[in-house]
Design a protein around this ligand. Structure first.
Ligand code: K7E
Ligand code: CUA
Length: 631
């Protein structure tokens, strides 16, 4: 096989090379290399957001070059960006230092990505974060969502970002906490499906919750166009087992996909039909007719994916070699005819055959499906380590397959979850890397692969390793995102902002000291502080630069505290002067030729001598404070 370097060289030397069509399972060709080559100085066409799994982060890549661009810390403190260190991000994390981030969900307008925000779930913490794509920064973390124990089917925004969702992976006794025995699992435990409202400004708030039998809710997708107003959720463990799930939860021929009509559910809550449990309005399905239905689906389904037209809901039973395709028109007809086959926990159950449009024999271990907007669907096959391309519509047949390396979980297509996928690329998110990269010990990186969808056959273009552990990802046209170049200092509304060096100062309020600090190449003003042992110091650092990429750090020695302040931004660091002595601090982000000189000292006096003369709460300039604090 050609090395990439050699392949690239060939591609460049050859200039314009004719397409070879590409072997569908073949190795890297010069043609493939050319298709991923983005010249130095040029930018990629797409952003790809890969969830970071148990790293609690998001990884950003450029496509088609597969170049790693940045990490967005979300649920985990992250030193390179000082995330979780400054007071604001620390408060957002609420003392938690771990999250397991599975499913990025870009905000949508009219069913297309709009480039405003990115939502992502913390599965075990039942939290949803919102990242602002103006600065690729986590701005809100909502939750833990009451009553929802682990949100895996989450967040999967609706077509106008009206809602994000969270459905429980584990069932627990509700209200929680309450004492219960596992033996009472069937009768005393419940699952919960939660609809979280998103305001026009992106803020999340509780909309409704629906009580379900103790199934394990797994994946979700929003209806769109033809199925607008519905959200679909898969579950496994309809057996309601609480131990040895790997055996006991695979007994039933059928599990379910739940169809939730979020307008009906919200109307029921607004009409006072809910009980308040754990602070959330919880609906018993019996009290909210029309809000939720169950459709049987074979064999422990995992992914549920709605096609771009919104007409078809594609569900993958992971222990079955087929994708079941349901038609929303048929589901709607069965609902209207009240053609129910009993109920589960007060939820009407529709008949599989009534709702089914087609069964597509894709191969072994189907997990997730994506779309190209040209009438084809792509399903990942975990057991076969393949992607199957199949036709949406008669004869519902598989038209191409490609090998992936190895054990693919999710896959993501360019603009793949929208009404208008671009049909250019799909990225395979593989669970096992094995021999694809230089070995680094017993554990390998995760593996991702870029595949070209533009020809009649899928073509493997590139392999790239990722840090653990992307589950899902989304790919958006870069032209839709307009990141800020700097924060406008004039528009800085932080209550601790300092705009001019003359305003830099230290204020004492009892044992609390507020230091208003300015950072600019290559100086902190002030660059020396005298405080007293026992003081709590809040450093409010404003980076007054208005030049792109001139970020300053504020790292305090003998501590684990370092924040990063972008141009025009104000951040606050809380530091406790535990004992007398000298503590240096410095700018930790290389910012100029005199970056190394950008430093200061905190002098901690052993006693309060001289400090008492300072007026409480008064605003004094640095020199005055220093003067008054002289022993
Ligand atoms: Cu790994 Cu969506 Cu959490 Cu499938 S999930 S593979
Ligand atoms: Cu400021 Cu380095």
């Amino acid at each position: 096989m050609l090395g990439l370097g050699a392949a690239l060289l060939l591609a460049v030397l050859a200039g314009c090379m004719g397409s070879k069509g590409g072997g569908s399972t073949g190795g890297l060709s010069a043609d493939a290399a050319q298709k991923t080559y983005v010249k130095p100085g040029e930018l990629d066409k797409y952003y790809a957001f890969l969830s970071g799994g148990h790293s609690g982060q998001i990884f950003v890549y450029g496509m088609p070059s597969c170049r790693y661009i940045t990490t967005i810390p979300v649920f985990t403190p992250e030193p390179a960006k000082g995330y979780g260190v400054d007071e604001e991000s620390k408060a957002m994390l609420g003392g938690r230092t771990w999250g397991d981030a599975h499913h990025p969900g870009l905000s949508e307008t009219d069913g297309d990505y709009d480039g405003r925000w990115l939502f992502i779930n913390d599965m075990p913490g039942a939290r949803i974060a919102r990242i602002d794509l103006a600065d690729f920064t986590t701005r809100e973390i909502y939750g833990p969502i009451p009553n929802v124990s682990a949100a895996h089917a989450c967040p999967f925004p609706t077509p106008n970002t009206e809602y994000v969702f969270a459905a429980s992976r584990f069932s627990i006794p509700i209200p929680y906490p309450s004492v219960a025995k596992l033996e009472d699992y069937r009768t005393k435990f419940n699952g919960v499906i939660a609809g979280v409202k998103v305001s026009k400004e992106g803020h999340m708030s509780m909309g409704f919750e629906i009580l379900t039998p103790p199934f394990d809710w797994d994946k979700a997708d929003a209806g769109k166009a033809a199925s607008m107003g519905w959200e679909f959720f898969t579950c496994y463990n309809s057996e309601m087992a609480y131990d040895s799930l790997e055996v006991k939860a695979s007994q039933n021929e059928m599990d379910y996909v739940a169809c939730v009509n979020w307008k009906v559910a919200q109307a029921a809550v607004d009409a006072g039909k809910a009980r308040t449990i754990g602070g959330a309005p919880v609906l018993d399905p019996k009290d909210a007719p029309g809000a939720i239905y169950l459709v049987p689906v074979p064999k422990s389904p995992h992914g549920v994916d709605v096609d771009p037209s919104g007409e078809f809901i594609c569900v993958s039973g992971k222990l079955q070699a087929e994708v079941s395709v349901f038609a929303i028109a048929k589901i709607q007809k069965a609902i209207d005819a009240k053609a129910f086959d009993g109920e589960q926990g007060g939820i009407p159950v529709l008949k599989y055959a009534d709702c089914l449009e087609a069964k597509v024999p894709v191969g072994l271990g189907p997990l997730h499906t994506q779309f190209d907007g040209k009438g084809y669907a792509y399903t990942s096959l975990f057991l076969d380590s393949q992607i199957a391309k199949w036709k949406i519509g008669a004869p519902w047949n598989v038209v191409d397959k490609i090998d992936v390396y190895y054990s693919i979980g999710h896959l993501m297509a360019s603009e793949g979850d929208t009404r208008h996928p671009t049909g250019e690329y799909v990225v395979a998110l593989d669970k096992i890397a094995k021999d694809r990269y230089l070995p680094v010990g017993p554990s390998h990186p995760e593996a991702a692969q870029l595949i070209d969808l533009r020809g009649p056959k899928m073509q493997l273009l590139y392999d790239f390793p990722t840090y653990p552990e992307p589950h899902y990802a989304q790919m958006i046209l870069a032209s839709k995102i307009k990141p800020l170049k700097v924060y406008d200092l004039a528009a800085n509304t932080n209550k601790y902002v300092t705009r001019k060096a003359e305003d830099a100062r230290v204020e004492r309020h009892g044992k609390r000291v507020d230091a208003y600090v300015i950072a600019v190449r290559s100086h902190f003003t002030p660059d020396k502080f005298r405080v007293v042992a026992g003081d709590t110091v809040y450093f409010h650092v404003t980076n007054v630069e208005q030049d792109e990429d001139i970020t300053h750090g504020f790292g305090v020695l003998f501590s684990s505290q370092d924040m990063q302040i972008d141009p025009g931004e104000t951040k606050t660091l809380k530091w406790v002067a535990t004992k007398a002595g000298i503590t240096p601090y410095y700018c930790s982000n290389f910012c100029s030729a005199l970056h190394q000189e950008m430093q200061g000292y905190i002098e901690v006096a052993p006693s309060a001598a001289g400090v008492a003369t300072l007026q409480r709460g008064s605003r004094q300039n640095v020199d005055l404070v220093a003067l008054e604090m002289k022993h």
